[in-house]
Design a protein around this ligand. Sequence first.
Ligand SMILES: *Cc1c(COP(=O)(O)O)cnc(C)c1O
Length: 435
Amino acid sequence: MSSIEDKLEFDRKHIWHPYTSLTKPLTCHHVDSADGVHINLSSGEKCVDGMSSWWCAIHGYSNSELNKAALEQIGKMSHVMFGGLTHDPAIKLVEKLLKLVDDKLDCCFLADSGSVSVEVSLKMAIQYCHANGQPQKDRFLTISNGYHGDTFGAMSVCDPINSMHTLYSGYMSDKHIFARTPQCKFNEEWDPKDVVDFEQKLISNHKNIAAVIIEPILQGAGGMRMYHPMYLKRVRQLCDEYGILLILDEIATGFGRTGKLFAYEHSDIVPDILLVGKALTGGYMTLAALTCQRFVAEMIGNDPKTGGSMMHGPTFMGNPLACAVAIKSLELIETGEWKKQCKFIESILGTELMRLENCSIVKDIRILGAVGVVELNLPVDMGWFQKLFVTKHNVWIRPFNRLVYIMPPYIIKEKELLQLTNAVVDVVQCFSQKV
Ligand SMILES: *Cc1c(COP(=O)(O)O)cnc(C)c1O
C-alpha cells in the first residue's frame, strides 16, 4: 500500500471516523504533517488550522518546546501504573494546575480523557451524597444544548436530542433534569427571568439532585452558545442555597479560550468540581484532570462503605508522558502570552466575521475570546463547505449543522487569521447564492 489513494481507500473501507458511517463515509483528507498553525495535507495543500484540532492545539503543532518535553520524558519512562506508584511528571503537573485554578480547588484526579473525567465527576458527586447520608440524591441537573462527552454517563447529561437519548433508552439513565438553555447572550443586558426555569427545576427536585453539571459561559459541541455570566452566578448561588454540588466542565473552555484563564472567572465564582482536558497537553495526547474542593474529598474519604476510596482508576491514570507535555503546556500558559493572543484574535474575529452581518442566510454572529461562530439559518452541506475551504482557501475548518466556527491556535498571526476569516466570509456568501 504505497499511494495515498490506496491508503485512503483502506481507510474508507475499514476505519470509522468521529460520528460517521463506515459504509457511507464522508471524505477524509490524508495528513502528512502539521507544524505551527498549518496542517499539511498529502494532496499538497498547507491548510491554516481554524479548529485547534477541537480546542486542543493552542500552542500550535510540532511546538519545539512540547516536542522536547515529550522526547525527554520518553527517555526516562513513557508509562508506569499509578496504583501504588507516583512520579515527578504527575506531581509537578498537579502542582502547576492547582496554582492556576482557584485556591479553593486543591485536590486532583487525573483521568485519561475528557469523557472519563466527566464520568469520575458524576461518580464523585454520587459518592459524596452517599457519604453525606443522602443516597436518594442520584439525579443531575443541567441545561439543554450541553455537551459533556460520548460515554454513557456523560451522554446522559448531554442535550437529549443531539445525543439521541431515545436510541439508548432502557440502558442509559434518563432521570436527569434539563433546564431551558440560557437565552440571554454574553453581551446583552442581564434578564433575571432567563434563569427562572433552571431555578424552578432545581427547587422542585433539590432533594434528589446530587449535582449541577454545566459548561460555563460557552457551550461547545452542543451548539456553540455563549450565555450571560449572571446566569452562572445564579446557578452557583442556588447550588449553595440548596446544598447541591456544582461541577463545571471546562474541558473546552479551559486555559484561556474564552479570554479568561477559566470561563468561571467571567462570573467570579468557584465550582466544587472543575474538569479540564483537551488543551491541557496543548493537544499532544489525551489527558484530563478533575480538581475539587477539599470538603468534597474529605466527605468521600470518611465513607465507611467504600473505605473512603474514590471508586475509579484508569489503566493510564497519570500517564507520565502526557503529564510531562502538559507541564510544558502549562508553563507556556504561565507566561501570560495567551492573554494578548486571545485579545488579538477576538478583535480580528470581531471586525472580519461581522462582514457577514447582512448575509441573508446568517442568523447570528458571536465572538468570545478566541472563538468565532457564524450561525446560519439552515444546515451546512459539510462536504461542499470542506471542499471549498481546503481547495480554494487552504484552510481547515469543519462546520457542523448550522454552525461555521473557528477557534484557531493562540499563536496564529494576522495574515493566517485573515486567511481563515476571509475563507469563512467567502464560503458562507457562496453558499447563500447557491441555496
Ligand atoms: C470534548 C469535550 C468533552 C469530552 O472530552 P473527550 O476527551 O472527547 O472525551 C467533554 N466536555 C466538553 C465540554 C467537551 O468539549
